[in-house]
Design a protein around this ligand. Sequence first.
Ligand code: PEP
Length: 243
Amino acid sequence: MPRKLAAGNWKMNGLRANLTELETLEDRHGDAGVDILICPPATLISACEDTPFDIGGQDCHVAEAGAHTGDISAEMLADAGASYVLTGHSERRTDHGETDTIVAAKSQAAYDAGLIAVICIGETLAQRENGTTLGVIETQLTASVPDTADAENTVIAYEPVWAIGTGKVPTLDQIGEVHAHIRKQLMNRFDDGAEMRILYGGSVKGSNAADIFSVANVDGALVGGASLTADDFSPIITALEAS
Ligand code: PEP
């Protein structure tokens, strides 16, 4: 069984004052039986050095260094104390035009810097409604995940775009169908595909986490809004531990 992972994506939220949330989380889950990852804004990564939780960036550049004003390389994230980085989050794909090819290059840059890439994929509402979800997922998996991926350096996050930050959540059957499809693709392509962690993301809350974690091939969650406070994130971690 892959080790379970509760990952929080703070997006463009969080000042140093908000790091007290991590202290509260440490009091409650400092010895959790699951992995806990926090992806704060890059400005806070080095300030998280005392937390027992894993820390991740939210994006990295494909290059190691160079003339790319405003960007951050995977090596810089690692140097600041990160061990993970999100790649291909739908907000990056939409807001910054990131293609599967770019996502694969960013994921490879993460591996090269010794980071674990959390590679995000997911269908839009239009794709869900026109019945192409599984095909879209397959294409994204093939093109966004480098051939060098393995269970140690890669986590897949299935995040239906229409469920992110909307309060809308797929049915458990829909989540199960996509996760089973992802697992099959990973096992066909990678020797250790059965061990690769697959997270569900999209409006996960304390109230729906236990149900989502009961679905086969769901190895944890990538959580946005409900990861910003210890009070909201804690019940999700507790549900994952109990699953
Ligand atoms: C996300 O940002 O990856 C996410 C899943 O957001 P939310 O939990 O707020 O839907």
